[in-house]
Design a protein around this ligand. Structure first.
Ligand SMILES: Nc1ncnc2c1ncn2[C@@H]1O[C@H](COP(=O)(O)OP(=O)(O)OP(=O)(O)O)[C@@H](O)[C@H]1O
Ligand SMILES: [Mg+2]
Length: 438
């Protein structure tokens, strides 16, 4: 194959045609691509638009002297790195110093020996090449270091998540036993209280006889009844019992969801019902969305088949996307807009490119995601939340999990401010997940 030899380009700037010609010829003979310029301003413009590898620059020139040309080239990012060698008849030490001060790398005095010029040119071109290589290597090192730091942070985070999963599973397991005691005891207690109530009713009916036989007993009974507010107590008992039962049921639901969420040990994909997993996420997040008065609307499709998937990981995905929607609604102001804060979760069967999917869409009517953020939200550590509130890992982990399931994730968000204030509030953000049925 024919290879074109690489030639370094050198710009020679001198207002004396004789010097210019001499340097052009000699440097060309040495194999350089030489561009001669008799006018400094013209040389400056050309150097700025098409930078050479090195410049030989005369100092005393009409229009603009060599120092000024050098200063301007050093001030421009594109031409800052070009080595500039001054050539001048000036032999004053002060001028030499100034030549270095304005950014020159070397100085040759006229009349010059061509061999000396050539040696200096060669040295500075070599230096420039080495410097460029060092810079490239530096950039590569910096990139490698930043990649390493990102990977390390991700590793630490996934270790933390795994440890958290084990801890959560342990706690959920430990809580389950005492909760079962409470539930069984509460049911027994309810029955016992009903029996005691019966006894008290019977007592009340026959108290008049006690009164008759021994007035002191009757009187004492009345005092105690007043002290303990007997009538209110009888009224309150069923309500208190119900609260205990409801609390226990909710704790059991949470424990069950946490166990599903943290099933880190369960690496096998299995037939999984999507609705159970979404419901588990909603149980975990119930407190957060009810406190914010957010209405969750479920529109589950009919006869949605099970998919093959990892229940714990998929629950994490739903939990993160719904948690993001709650965060978005928490900070958004719906004043003056008729709609209430709402998250709508829909499931359906959908076909895409000959593949059947269970599609899950999670939509909020929050402020949406701005266009400049939209293509960054899946990047690890990208967050717009305050320090300590979001780590920016939720969506990057979620996309990884969905890809592991050969699924797809899409996001549509509308953040135009005029829509937000309009009566027909914009749809906010919708995350759509597609999980293949295979
Ligand atoms: N429904 C949404 N509405 C508005 N912005 C959203 C929504 N979902 C995600 N975002 C934006 O995407 C960013 C990244 O989300 P991601 O879940 O990856 O991280 P995070 O929620 O900030 O932190 P983490 O989930 O790790 O606690 C969020 O900080 C937010 O700016
Ligand atoms: Mg998140």
């Amino acid at each position: 194959m024919f290879k074109i030899p690489f030639k370094n380009s050198i710009m020679v700037v001198d207002d004396k045609p004789a010097n210019l010609k001499l340097l052009e010829k000699m440097l060309s003979d040495k194999g350089y691509l030489v561009r001669p310029f008799p006018k400094s301003t013209m040389a400056l413009n050309v150097a700025l638009s098409d930078p050479p590898d090195l410049i030989l620059l005369d100092i005393n020139m009409p229009e603009m002297d060599g120092f000024e040309v050098c200063r301007r080239l050093k001030a421009d990012e594109k031409t800052r790195q070009i080595p500039i060698i001054f050539i001048s008849a000036l032999t004053e030490t002060l001028d030499k110093i100034k030549a270095f001060e304005v950014g020159g790398v070397d100085y040759v005095t006229k009349p010059f020996q061509f061999e000396e010029v050539y040696a200096r040119v060669k040295t500075h071109l070599n230096l420039k090449r080495v410097q460029q290589m060092v810079e490239e290597k530096n950039q590569l090192l910096e990139k490698t270091l930043s990649d390493l730091q990102t990977t390390q942070k991700q590793l630490v985070q996934s270790e933390k998540m795994a440890a958290l999963g084990v801890l959560t599973a342990g706690i959920a397991h430990e809580i389950n036993n005492p909760v079962n005691f409470i539930k069984t005891s509460a049911l027994g207690l309810e029955q016992d209280i009903k029996d005691i109530e019966q006894l008290l009713e019977f007592y009340k009916e026959h108290c008049t006889r006690c009164d008759n036989q021994d007035g002191a007993v009757g009187e004492r009974l009345n005092i105690i009844k007043e002290e303990i507010d007997f009538d209110l107590l009888i009224e309150e008992l069923p309500e208190l019992m119900n609260n205990i039962k409801e609390g226990v049921n909710r704790t059991q639901e949470i424990v069950l969801s946490l166990r599903l969420y943290s099933r880190m040990d369960d690496f096998e994909f299995k037939k999984t019902g999507i609705h159970t997993l979404i419901d588990a996420s909603l149980v975990i997040l119930k407190n957060r969305y009810s406190q914010q008065k957010i209405f969750v609307k479920k529109e589950y499709g009919q006869e949605i088949p099970q998919i093959y998937g990892h229940p714990g990981k998929l629950t994490q995905v739903f939990t993160n996307i719904i948690a993001n929607a709650i965060d978005a609604l928490q900070n958004c102001d719906l004043n003056g807009v008729k709609n209430k804060k709402e998250i709508t979760i829909k499931t359906a069967l959908e076909s895409k490119d000959d593949q059947q999917y269970v599609a899950v869409s999670i939509q909020d009517n929050g402020d949406g995601i701005s266009l400049e953020h939209l293509d960054k939200i899946f990047d690890p550590f990208f967050t717009t939340k305050d320090v300590g509130k979001g780590s920016g890992l939720g969506l990057s982990i979620s996309i990884g999990i969905i890809q592991e399931h050969n699924g797809l994730i899409e996001v549509v968000s509308s953040s135009q401010s005029e829509d937000i204030k309009s009566e027909l509030r914009a749809s906010g953000t919708t995350f759509s997940l597609f999980l293949p049925i295979t």
